[in-house]
Unconditional design. Sequence first.
Length: 146
Amino acid sequence: MIYKDLLKISIYFITVKLFVDCVSQIPERIYESSMTGNWMTNVLLYLCLNLSVTFLLFRFNNYLVNYIFSKKKNYLIDDANLSSVIWIAIIICSYYIIITTGFSLIHNMFSTFNVDFTMIEKVTSLIISVFLLLFSNTIAKKLSNE
């Protein structure tokens, strides 16, 4: 792995976190839209913007990092293939989300004792992260087209 791969892992980490945060906020956005009737900005525009940024980061991450660091210096060992870089980023991000959201959910459960949209968002985020962790290898292979 070289430093370029670590930068790619960081960008994929941010992309996965953005995706999980976007999907976990959908129930709250739908509820707010049903109350105000503003579906276009609350749900559709929010989803389109976040999913398009996520898609662009996944699609053009390699190109941007290789363009910025055009010299290929091998600082560590070998080059890692793209699927292993994505796989590592998904695993690290999933564990990060599970740990931080889990502690936050436990704190909210014992401090408020009621179910609100922040608790639903955290539970949804935990469920998505567990599924990402379980299927990380398959997702990485599909995203890297290997």
